[in-house]
Design a protein around this ligand. Structure first.
Ligand SMILES: Nc1nc2c(ncn2[C@@H]2O[C@H](COP(=O)(O)OP(=O)(O)O)[C@@H](O)[C@H]2O)c(=O)[nH]1
Ligand SMILES: [Mg+2]
Length: 374
């Protein structure tokens, strides 16, 4: 089908969906309709992608983590990149300034963070769908996405960014539905487990899959309150789930009271995002912003100590939230694990100073660790 035909078909089905009253009698048909629409959209996406995934802006990953700056043109991404990294990205008071993805490196608290100035996301009207795909390919590589917003029109900016990223199969601060869908070679649609059968009967799941073009499949629904949309989401292989924060730029243009109002409004509408206000140009909160990013990436420090010596407070070992003594050992030396006997620990994760712990013990920020090996 040509793109126009696909688009027309999608619109036709969406209209049908809108006009269908959902009740017990129609819900299976509605499920199938939703599945059909999702399938056509996926087809359209694949067709208008304009080339393969990763083409265009593919960037080599560098450093300990990659952070993407994503936002409309002219919100101040390039200015921010210039302030936090060694990189000068072209800055202009006009739209469409960053046509390519500019990477910069930030050395901070014993880590190297790669910061990417991503191409400005623009409204659907000016957008071609393939463009979103290219951005997606870079977003895939990011450990954290910073949505950069202009304080003068925050809600509008956020809405647009979320809409466009959603259309590019990117979901922020959200877990994938706990549903497994596997294509099979035979056996029709088989649903060995459905913990949501109260609201989502098996017949309905089967209809959704049929709509999406699955003839034989196995579906396992671990989730308790799964919806039709969750089932559709689980069928997409292309969706990425990313951690993201909101960075409100240009706060220099507002008073403290005004900013509080802006902040409250955003926080109320988008509670799933952490919020941080800066002025890239006036250099307000830039250092704190680095700290914020670092924390959001889940980095921590532990100090290593040799027996009968003071801990090395100059050069901490960078670890991740949730890391254990095992991870610490692996970071110190690849052979240490084999010789490991126990560790002694002082700090937040210890019940008492120099508590003796094993490999599974979770460390916390600023712990002092002494490893005993054979
Ligand atoms: N008032 C104000 N202007 C800013 C700030 N940061 C950037 N700008 C201006 O916004 C315009 C666009 O900035 P740029 O960094 O090129 O935006 P980008 O398209 O997102 O990369 C430029 O004129 C900047 O000088 C800020 O914190 N406050
Ligand atoms: Mg720019």
């Amino acid at each position: 089908m040509a793109n126009e035909v696909l688009q027309a078909k999608i619109e036709e089905l969406e209209l049908e969906l809108k006009n269908t009253k959902v009740n017990k009698r129609t819900e299976a048909a509605v499920g199938q309709l939703k599945g059909k629409i999702a399938k056509l959209k996926e087809e359209l996406e694949a067709k208008s992608g304009g080339g393969s995934r990763g083409e265009g802006f593919a960037v080599k990953k560098e450093g300990d983590a990659t952070v993407g700056l994503l936002g409309k043109p002219s919100v101040g991404k390039s200015t921010l990149l210039g302030k936090v990294t060694n990189k000068e990205s072209k800055i202009g008071a006009y739209e469409f300034t960053t046509l390519d993805c500019v990477p910069g490196l930030l050395h901070f608290k014993h880590t190297n963070l790669q910061i990417l100035d991503l191409p400005g996301i623009i409204d659907k009207a000016a957008d071609n769908r393939g463009f979103g795909k290219k951005v997606l390919s870079v977003v895939r590589a990011c450990d954290l996405v910073v949505l950069v917003i202009d304080a003068r029109r925050p809600i509008e900016d956020i809405e647009m960014l979320l809409r466009e990223t959603e259309n590019s199969q990117i979901k922020f601060n959200q877990d994938p539905p706990n549903i497994q869908v596997r294509r099979m070679s035979h056996g029709a649609v088989n649903i060995p487990l459905n913990n949501s059968s109260d609201n989502l009967p098996n017949e309905m799941v089967a209809e959704v899959l049929k709509g999406m073009g699955y003839v034989n499949a196995e579906v396992i629904i671990h989730e308790k309150d799964a919806t039709v949309d969750d089932v559709i989401e689980a069928c997409y292989s292309n969706i990425v789930y990313k951690k993201a924060v909101l960075c409100i730029n240009k706060i220099d243009l507002f008073s403290v009271e005004e900013l509080k109002k802006i902040r409250d409004e955003i926080q109320e509408k988008y509670p799933q995002f952490e919020l941080f206000g800066i002025s890239a140009e006036a250099e307000v909160n830039i250092e704190k912003f680095k700290d914020f990013i670092w924390d959001q990436l889940g980095f921590m420090w532990v100090y290593l100590k040799e027996q009968r010596k003071d801990p090395d407070l100059e050069k901490p070992l960078v670890v991740h939230q949730g890391d254990t003594i095992k991870d610490v050992c692996e970071k110190i030396h690849k052979d240490l694990l084999k010789k490991f006997r126990y560790a002694k620990i002082k700090g937040r994760s210890a019940k008492f100073d120099w508590q003796r712990v094993g490999l599974e013990h979770k460390v916390e920020d600023r712990d002092i660790v002494e490893i005993y090996a054979r």
